[in-house]
Design a protein around this ligand. Structure first.
Ligand code: MRU
Length: 367
């Protein structure tokens, strides 16, 4: 998507034809900086430190990280170590495992001296597939938005609430929850997006607001507690969120706070849709509450807040009494019963095992 009129992806092959470039998301919205990844360690650090984040982009970065590892050492044992190192970076987004499994399966039969080249091809194919999938999600979600727009007064904006950043920065391009938004905007449908700030890391305030602003999509930033009030007052037509891992029965794990939005949407009969690529479905599990590992992150993300300081530097300030005990769960699970539908590349499906397995045949039989 566009940054100052110039199209960008969130990850790409550097002009040297060897190393990988990513947008450093820890510097946004204050600075647009590109970080160059040259090694396996660089790639692990980029995922762990959230230079890149968002389930699909974590998967794509892991794939490119695997390629960079193969450039360093393409032996069988190096493949195992690269898999383990990348897999350990973040626990919740299942796209990481999906991408690593795909890389490993593609490279195992390849002779060692050809593995680096094959790994680059495979990682690039994963990145291209992500873009194609997100465009599919966009087209299906666009139909939903069109239907809602048709039911409103001519010219009235469709109000969409989104949480965290499930935008193009969280994927290779287009985003999941934002793909329908960008397509509807381009189709001329009047839109307005309520952007949850998404404490503690404020991905909504720093990333989603930045993305939508650069693309000219009308939006307002709200603190995380406002959504319920807006829904009670008929100010939200539709919730669109992403997912880090969705079970085969349709339980949705996403950024902490998503569950509370789903509860408020349910109580106020606001449609609550989850936009996700099939690569985010974990076919091996059914019960999201019991089986999805929920990442717990550094307490400083809660006890401090990051931003541009008066001296122009990007830094953090403390917002709690010193030594306050902090717990920082990064994700929660929204049970399938609260989800109106899943917007996937294969269409809009019910959040149920039956509907998911019909939309994506073949997965359950391989378990
Ligand atoms: O901790 P993050 O920023 O990686 O969490 C991202 C999210 O929760 C997104 O909503 C999710 O990955 C879907 S991205 C298309």
């Amino acid at each position: 998507m566009n940054v100052d009129g110039k199209p960008y992806r969130s990850i790409w092959l550097n002009a040297d034809g060897i190393s990988i470039d990513v947008i450093d998301q820890t510097r946004l919205p204050h600075e647009f900086e590109i970080l160059n990844l040259q090694t396996l360690d660089d790639s692990c650090a980029a995922i762990r430190d959230m230079v890149v984040r968002g389930a699909p982009l974590i998967g794509a970065t892991a794939a490119y990280g695997f390629y960079l590892a193969m450039r360093q050492n393409a032996s069988d044992s190096a493949m195992v170590s690269a898999y383990e190192a990348l897999y350990a970076t973040r626990p919740t987004a299942v796209n990481l495992r999906w991408a690593l499994d795909r890389m490993q399966a593609a490279l195992k039969p390849v002779a060692t001296h050809k593995r680096a080249a094959s790994a680059l091809d495979e990682a690039s194919a994963i990145a291209e597939l992500d873009i194609e999938i997100n465009q599919g999600i966009g087209r299906h979600g666009l139909e939903l938005i069109q239907d809602i727009a048709t039911g409103k007064q001519p010219g009235a904006a469709v109000n969409i609430l989104t949480h965290c950043n499930a935008g193009w920065l969280a994927t290779v391009d287009w985003g999941t929850a934002t793909a329908p938004i960008y397509m509807a905007h381009e189709a001329g449908i009047p839109l307005h997006v309520w952007v949850d700030e998404t404490r503690p890391r404020n991905q909504g305030a720093s990333l989603t607001a930045w993305e939508l602003g650069h693309h000219g999509v009308p939006h307002s930033l709200i603190v995380d507690n406002v959504g319920g009030h807006l829904m009670q007052h008929g100010m939200v037509d539709l919730c669109l969120v992403g997912s880090d891992r969705t079970t085969r029965s349709g339980d949705v794990c996403n950024k902490i706070g998503t569950y509370l939005k789903a509860l408020a949407a349910f109580d106020n009969k606001v449609p609550f849709y989850v936009c996700l690529p099939s690569t985010t479905i974990d076919w091996s599990i059914s019960d999201g509450l019991q089986n999805i590992p929920i990442e717990q992150r550094d307490s400083a993300e809660v006890s401090e807040i990051k931003g541009r300081l008066p001296d122009g530097e990007i830094g953090s300030v403390a917002i709690t009494p010193q030594d306050t005990a902090v717990v920082n769960y990064a994700f929660d699970v929204t049970p399938a019963r609260l989800v109106t539908g899943l917007i996937t590349e294969s269409g809009v499906v019910k959040a149920s095992e039956e509907s998911l397995s019909r939309a994506f045949p073949g997965h359950l039989s391989t378990l």
